[in-house]
Design a protein around this ligand. Sequence first.
Ligand code: NAD
Length: 498
Amino acid sequence: MKEAAQMVRSLEQFIGGRFQAPASGQYLVNLAPATGKPLSQVPRGGGEDVNAAVSAAQEAFDGPWRQWSVEQRAALLDRIADSLQQRADDLAALESADTGKPLALAAKIDIPRAVANFRFFATAVRQFGSDCFPMEGALNYTHRSALGPVALISPWNLPLYLLSWKVAPALAMGNTVVAKPSEMTPMTADALASVFEAADAPPGIFNLIHGLGGEAGQALVEHPDIKAVSFTGGTATGSRVAATAAPQFKKLSLELGGKNPTLVFADCDFEATVNGAVRAAFTNQGQICLCGSRLLVEASLYPRFVEAFVAKVKQLKLGDPEHPETQLGALISAEHREKVESYLALARQEGGEILCGGQRPTLPEPWDQGFFLQPTVIAGLSPSCRTATEEIFGPVVSLHPFETEEEALAIANGVPYGLSASLWTGDVTRAHRLSQALECGLVWVNTWLLRDLRVPFGGVKASGVGREGGRYSLEFFSESKNVCIQWNPNPASPKASS
Ligand code: NAD
């Protein structure tokens, strides 16, 4: 393993506009999930690298960047989008190799979305206005200013997609950033750093620190000059990040885990619902925070639905991520697959029946060493058992029949998480009623993961705090200041002077 690792590419930190080795001189081995073979060596960053990156970000913030106009910043974002677009094929290949996801998925979703994030926020910041509150004889307006150096911490499931979702609005508002991608998926973050280098972006506005979460990530959140932390990842990590950042009163955005319900009513469009529920459960091997991992089905439809759903899941094509027809690739790591499998063992103990999947597939070389797992459907579990309430984050879905809308709602809301829900029904009144009652940040009706980048994105309960997207991101990455100007000291209304 060590010899092989020495033959693969070594990544570097990107600090102050320069690629450089980590101060520790140490590297982590990054494996390709689909083959289990080394893909790259990742710098093991720590406090020293973080200090250098935050200093570079602070220096850049205090430099000419601060004078850049909105139009100049937006034009830079557009140039980054152009450059990502030009490299789209290479980036999709890197993302697929790094995550084990199908190349077709990376090419269709991950990379186009990263391009779109830069383009979207370039436009959004050009259109961004501020509030104005006129009084009798006076005028209030809200001035929004950049915060300074901000920390952007992202997970492994949608690496460039989620990193760019943070970098673009942070820079749009004039901040400087220190990004910490997941140590398991560093490749496209590294490519993004080269894009910034090639775009002649002011040195230090975008810094990249690789390393372990508990080391580089922790040091970054702790750093006193970091003014805000935008974190996407697991709920337990989010709680630790919050505990570290809160005593320093840093602005915090936490996008955390989910255990999202898909609610299916007997009056749904059957074909569309089966297809939608399969997509919601298994896209990206079930490793999307928004995946519908609990499938609640009205009892009168349950037998017919289960039969059609399982038949469809059995047809999903799993294996070589580069094959154009592959629908499911590998899980992110051997450890993560073991974690998912431990939930399958737990499901059996909890009385679940595995209707399909549950095994590692038999694949030819080199995929036989990859971290694949069949898409798995479980029935017969109590909706309140651990398997049905804890986030598994893999290709596993549990099926639960319900009799009434009230019961469906109670099951849907009966978990610690509250990120999203998808609701399949032909009854528009029910769709509105349930959408209001579901405890979550996003509801999809007769669809799943249909995204408009302007809408507020985020969860409630253990799924996080705060909203990102559109103006919500631009507001998060800036501080508001009210300016009150009195233009008439003797207004007609006595209220105005109080
Ligand atoms: P994770 O929490 O293990 O890691 C996320 C990031 O945090 C990584 O970059 C990691 O290195 C870093 N990190 C770890 N410990 C840290 C610490 N003490 N201080 C600072 N940073 C630290 O999550 P993961 O396994 O990479 O991602 C999967 C999780 O992310 C799932 O729970 C999933 O639901 C969640 N997720 C949520 C959203 C959302 O928008 N709500 C989107 C994608 C993924």
